[in-house]
Design a protein around this ligand. Structure first.
Ligand code: M6R
Length: 641
């Protein structure tokens, strides 16, 4: 939640004409605005920037989307500067107003601060600061931290004290303040007495450094500076970083120097553009054949044997695992639920899937024979991070399935298996979901290979079928128009029910989640077998029910059972829409609409059946005129509990 950017450079006039609306020739402002544009998916309740220059701090902020800030900047330009900070907000403390927007400028207009996270002891600190004569213009915890920073800075100034790192008094003050704060925070600040310096502190909240040539950057993630550099530096927990045009100095909260891990971002600015599609979401749905193909790439040797070198957990240890717990939230948790069917089937290891936020509060039984598989697109979801930490403390081995290099969850896990879906910008997760299923399947097959649960030939066959999936996804996408037409005609629908069984059940829940978050329609996914235990009472004349039908070639006559379910709801007036396998004519007579997917095995079907549901939600939300990339009340990355 919340996007943060920081910049320190030299000459203000390096920039070419800006595409962002930032004034031409103002490099700092241009970089900040461009960074905010890239990070807006993290929160869009307000946006603001502050620059520090010879004339002091210049600040502009506005509630609403970034476009409002750009209008404000045009009406009231900021002076040229060499350094600055920016923020795009997802509101926690205090509503989305101008006053609550960041940056918070305090200390008589000399200090500007932006914040992401939640400061848990803010009310005590606020009371203490108020007792010392400070007043507050906003309802935020962030302004409390900013005010404390201003107070500490002033005390250091009065004492004539400096710090060793670049002589920045701001860095010293930041360290002292960080020690007093509880909760999760990224704080970034700039002070009028130190123009050209930006200082940040991080605890349990994301922040990455970008290294430029005569300029350096900060971002909540690398997209905050991807237009300018692909050289990034990971920061650890509880660190303070001081940024100038020529230097990046990292210490812990007590001033002990530290080193960050530098890495090269493996995608570029073009990958984070819409590529001719009207929305990021539509682009990302269409990226899915590639996302799956890239995630499969390079994970076998010439003989078709899986070689997941990145796993870094001793194979001997993996052989002793007697239980797997998948931890994730939202769409990632549905990917975990799909994976569970495959992992248990292939590896014969009992596998549970648990929402990260529920996990650590129920005193779960975890030991060194438990393998925790966390799934997170962003790698920053606070609930999942905390659950992983907890499990690690109990002695479990942890593997992170993640799409974001350099993010916190993989860094704090024993091993990581990256999904290579490329940047996912739309708030609603699509390509990450298919890539997560693919990666967890690779993990399941690897464990089966290691533990000898499957013959090498069987693994080879499954991998060969997986390799054909990207082309099959492309063929589902080729029929997008048919789904779009139906969804558009249903723009006035008030509720949609989704049914699925076996792997189709989490797919049904994912279809319902997409519709809720994009089209703001009541939608629920049910296990088809559960229907007669209650949900069938919801069916009335015309109720749309979308049913994910298993392959007729699958086992345990699940197909016949789900077809019976379709008949049951239809007999009670439901309007049935069916996702079925090509050639399955048996569903036609029971459905108003049928969307076919290519033939595939039962376990791989979610990689195909999900796609029409994503297209359905996209088209219905578009027909209602909603912003599919930035749905209301949501943020891409949930970095607070
Ligand atoms: O970054 P993560 O995968 O950890 O995020 C988890 C959920 O917040 C995320 O999947 C969310 O449910 C999406 N908005 C769903 O489209």
């Amino acid at each position: 939640m919340c996007g943060i950017v920081g910049y320190a450079g030299t000459a203000p006039a390096q920039g070419n004409a800006s595409t962002t609306g930032a004034p031409v020739g103002q490099r700092a402002l241009e970089v900040l605005v461009e960074g905010l544009r890239r990070l807006e998916y993290r929160g869009y309740d307000s946006a603001g920037v502050a620059v520090s220059g010879e004339q002091g701090i210049g600040m502009r902020k506005k509630s609403g989307k970034l476009a409002m800030l750009l209008e404000e900047l045009e009406a009231n330009p900021l002076p040229a500067a060499t350094a600055g900070i920016g923020h795009t907000r997802w509101a926690t403390h205090g509503g989305p107003t101008d006053a609550n927007a960041h940056p918070h400028v305090v200390a008589g207009g000399r200090l500007a601060v932006v914040h992401n996270g939640i400061i848990e002891n803010y009310s005590q600190l606020k009371a203490q600061l108020a007792g010392r004569g400070h007043s507050f213009a906003s309802q935020t915890d962030s302004e409390v931290a900013a005010t404390l920073l201003g107070e500490v800075y002033e005390a250091l100034e009065d004492a004539g004290q400096n710090s060793s790192d670049g002589g920045s008094r701001l860095a010293t003050a930041m360290r002292q303040v960080a020690q007093q704060l509880e909760g999760a925070f990224t704080l970034v600040a700039t002070h009028a007495s130190e123009p050209g310096v930006v200082v940040a502190a991080r605890r349990n909240s994301p922040l990455v450094v970008g290294l430029g040539d005569g300029e350096n950057f900060l971002g909540s993630d690398v997209s905050g500076f991807i237009d300018y550099t692909r050289r990034a530096v990971e920061l650890d927990q509880d660190q303070v970083v001081t940024l100038t045009a020529d230097a990046v100095l990292i210490t812990d909260f007590f001033g002990v120097p530290a080193e960050g891990r530098e890495y090269q971002v493996d995608w570029d600015a073009a990958a984070a553009e819409k590529g001719g599609y009207p929305s990021f979401m539509e682009k990302e749905i269409n990226d899915q054949p590639d996302a799956v193909a890239q995630t499969l790439l390079g994970r076998t040797d010439g003989e078709g044997v899986l070689t997941l070198d990145e796993l870094r957990i001793d194979p001997a240890v993996l052989k002793t695992i007697n239980r797997i717990i998948v931890l994730a939230c939202g769409t990632s948790a549905y990917a975990g639920q799909v994976a569970r069917y495959a992992i248990e089937h292939w590896c014969r290891i009992p596998t549970e899937v648990e929402l990260s936020h529920e996990f650590r509060y129920r005193d779960p039984i975890v030991d060194e024979h438990t393998l925790i598989v966390s799934i997170s697109q962003s790698g920053e979801t606070m609930d999942t991070l905390m659950a992983v930490r907890y499990a690690r403390e109990q002695g479990a081995k942890t593997v992170s399935i993640c799409n974001t290099n350099g993010s916190t969850i993989p860094r704090e896990s024993d091993a990581v298996l990256y999904t290579h879906a490329g940047p996912e910008i739309a708030v609603a997760s699509t390509k990450a979901f298919l890539a997560q299923i693919t990666a967890t399947y690779l993990l399941g097959l690897y464990l089966a290979q290691l533990r000898g649960n499957l013959f090498q030939g069987q693994i080879k066959d499954i991998l060969a079928e997986l390799a054909k999936t990207p082309a099959k996804i492309a063929s589902v996408l080729a029929n997008a128009e048919q789904v779009k037409e139906l969804a558009t005609s249903m723009a006035d629908t008030r509720t949609v029910l989704f049914l699925g069984r076996h792997v189709g059940y989490p797919v049904a829940m994912e279809g319902a989640l997409k519709l809720k978050e994009l089209a703001y329609i009541h939608a629920e996914g049910f296990a088809a077998g559960e229907l007669k235990h209650g949900p069938i009472a919801l069916i009335e004349e015309g109720q749309p029910v979308i049913v994910v039908v298993p392959s007729p070639r699958g086992r345990d006559s699940l197909h016949a059972k789900v077809v019976s379910n379709i008949q049951e709801v239809r007999a009670r007036g439901a309007m049935t829409i069916v996702i079925a396998e090509e050639g399955d004519e048996s569903v036609r007579e029971h459905a108003e609409h049928v969307f076919y997917i290519p033939e595939t095995s039962t376990l791989l079907a979610p990689l195909l059946t999900t796609v029409p549901l994503q297209l359905f939600a996209l088209a219905l939300a578009t027909a209602k005129g909603f912003d599919v990339d930035q749905p209301r009340n949501l943020a891409k990355s949930v970095t607070v509990e």
